[in-house]
Design a protein around this ligand. Structure first.
Ligand SMILES: Nc1ncnc2c1ncn2[C@@H]1O[C@H](COP(=O)(O)OP(=O)(O)OP(=O)(O)O)[C@@H](O)[C@H]1O
Ligand SMILES: [Mg+2]
Length: 575
């Protein structure tokens, strides 16, 4: 072992240097956000998001290559990695982002070993990041005394955040925001008075929005506060005030792209956000800050802890059987596991690579609150005893190339995880007319929001959409997803008398990208109140005009507004 110590230390230093290069590049991109926002450079914002999503692999691979060239053939010895791990732990200890550094180390180790499960000799299995005090003295927060009344407090708070663009009309926004906040607090607490407003110093940027995030405190109670800012015409305006756990949670949803926010101490930021939104998993909070690799680590660790503390079995996920995916879940855990089938039944014409590409497209694309985030795992292993036997039979029959049983373990060589939603088809079956109506109205909004982000779902059947716990409709089946601008939206040819067709092909030419909006309603298979509601509010989606117009605007380079809050939350109605 002794002779491996020196190169192991050198290897650990190089990996840490690789991590630091990654962090520097990540921070450099993140720091562009305020200027992009002030300059309304939305295309730049998009480019930054893409650049940052590609960064992890881009920085990991050379770091691993560097270590491999240092260690030579010994790079595949577990003993060397064990020494490197010890050295790395020593070097990274005390860093404010130590847990992210450890995840980077693990990624490097897994790139070399492609191992099944986790090897604690060569990977960090649990993280204990240093805690930072989160009282009012925390350097993360800036506190404003509430004693002078809401308008004065908000005035001070907003003026404390400097952008290079000016406020459009701060007095107007303060008055509107204060009366809105007063009303919300009066409803929640019986009085609008509060002791203090704490805001996180880092501003959260995403797409065309910027968000000030914090809480109001009154005695022992606290409520989240989110001030949503826009830059509609070169000057900044407060667009909405949210002060409710659910509403804050929707802003931080797993269905949205990641924030660009400076997080010098990610664990402290996550801890603070978790206090505001206790129901949101820590994994999703890390991911929302752009640390999706560490989010994945947290999800995996949480799943292992959950498995150790529960006894239920993996079962088939409720709902329609997928033609492309085998989907299962653990009833006591809010996640579905999706394994690609070995082969797809007709009419599916895609292959495994296409499916992988589509799911990865969603990772890189703006998710606009309507696409569920996906995590990709390789070589997971769970005890056979935790699988419902009927499910295991189906998995082995349908995905033998991906799943095998090794002794007492089921090894899954590839899968995606997504948050578990309530499939819309199941929901509609049981829902009251009122609930069905609300869900279908939001279903239409989901299709519109997707169109605004240049996405056409491909398959509009309700079984491919699900409801979040906030009742928002989200799309989750990506194998037929495509860019709106790649679709050929067509009108149905006029019905020809005496011509009826039975079988595969209609009597007019249909290209692979041809889509007929007039047929959507038939495909959706809506009934009763759901059918009525869709026709009432969304009948324009059933004509070609809407789609051609959206394509025209996309092609002209328009970047649409998609707000993570309902219209009625906006302080000034602009449409
Ligand atoms: N995130 C999710 N939450 C809850 N259920 C889900 C989720 N993803 C998938 N399901 C369930 O699994 C089924 C199959 O999943 P999915 O639609 O992704 O697979 P598919 O094989 O691509 O389907 P299709 O045959 O429609 O192409 C869904 O209809 C739904 O019932
Ligand atoms: Mg489906």
């Amino acid at each position: 072992m002794n002779e491996s110590r020196a190169p192991a230390r050198e290897g650990a230093e190089r990996l840490l240097a690789g991590f630091e290069d990654h962090t520097d590049a990540f921070t450099r991109i993140t720091r562009r956000a305020p200027e992009r926002f002030s300059a309304r450079d939305w295309h730049g914002t998009r480019a930054d998001a893409l650049e940052r999503l590609a960064l992890y692999r881009l920085m990991l691979e050379p770091a691993v290559a560097d270590v491999a060239s240092l260690l030579g053939p010994r790079v595949s010895e577990t003993g060397v990695w064990n020494s490197m791990k010890t050295a790395f732990a020593g070097l990274a200890a005390g860093r404010p982002d130590v847990e992210l550094a450890e995840t980077f180390f693990n990624s490097a180790s897994r790139l070399i070993f492609h191992r099944v499960g986790v090897d604690p000799r060569a990977e960090f299995v649990s993280a204990a990041p240093p805690a930072l005090p989160l009282g009012a003295a925390s350097p993360l927060l800036v506190t404003f005394d509430g004693g002078a009344g809401t308008p004065a407090t908000l005035w001070d708070a907003l003026r404390a955040f400097r952008f290079s663009a000016d406020w459009e009309d701060l007095a107007r926004d303060v008055a509107l925001a204060a009366s809105r906040l007063d009303a919300m607090l009066a409803q929640a607490w019986g009085t609008p008075t509060f002791d203090a407003l704490d805001l996180l110093r880092p501003v959260f940027f995403r797409s065309k929005g910027a968000y000030l995030v914090g809480r109001v405190r009154r005695g022992e109670s606290a409520r989240p506060v989110v001030l949503a800012l826009l830059n509609p015409n070169g000057r900044i305006a407060v667009d909405a005030v949210l002060s409710d756990e659910d509403e804050a949670s929707i802003v931080f949803s797993f269905t949205r792209s990641y924030f660009h926010v400076e997080s010098f101490h990610p664990a402290a930021l996550v801890a603070f956000l978790k206090e505001l939104m206790p129901k949101k998993p820590v994994a999703e909070l890390y991911t929302a800050l752009g640390f999706n690799k560490h989010g994945k680590t947290e999800l995996y660790r949480d799943l292992l802890r959950h498995l150790a503390a529960s006894e239920d079995r993996f079962v088939r996920a409720p709902g329609a059987t997928g033609m492309v995916m085998l989907v299962f879940t653990l009833p006591s855990y809010d996640v579905v596991f999706k394994v690609i089938r070995d082969s797809f039944a007709p009419p599916k014409t895609t292959g495994r690579t296409d499916v992988l590409d589509k799911y990865r497209l969603v990772f890189h694309h703006t998710r606009a609150g309507r696409l569920a985030d996906v995590q990709e795992f390789e070589h997971l292993s769970f005890p056979v005893a935790r699988f419902d036997p009927a499910l295991l039979d189906q998995l082995l029959a349908g995905a033998a190339e991906t799943i095998e049983v090794r002794g007492d373990e089921v090894v899954l060589h590839h899968l995606f995880t997504e948050r578990r939603l309530t499939p819309l088809d199941l929901f509609l079956r049981e829902a009251s007319p009122g609930a069905a109506r609300a869900a279908i109205l939001d279903f239409g909004e989901a299709i519109r929001d997707l169109a605004k982000s240049n996405i056409f779902p491909g398959d509009l059947l309700t079984k491919n959409f699900g409801l979040t716990r906030h009742g928002r409709v989200v799309f989750y089946d990506y194998d037929e997803i495509c860019f709106l601008t790649d679709v050929n939206f067509r009108e149905l040819p006029p019905a020809q008398e005496e011509v009826s067709w039975i079988g595969e092909q209609p009597p007019y030419w249909v290209g692979p990208a041809d889509v007929f909006p007039e047929e959507f309603l038939t495909f959706m298979g809506l009934r009763g109140e759901a059918h009525t509601a869709f026709l009432e509010r969304h009948s324009d989606l059933l004509g070609v005009g809407f789609w051609l117009e959206m394509q025209r605007r996309e092609r002209a380079g328009e970047i649409f507004d998609v707000f993570p809050y309902p219209r009625e939350r906006r302080l000034r109605s602009t449409d």
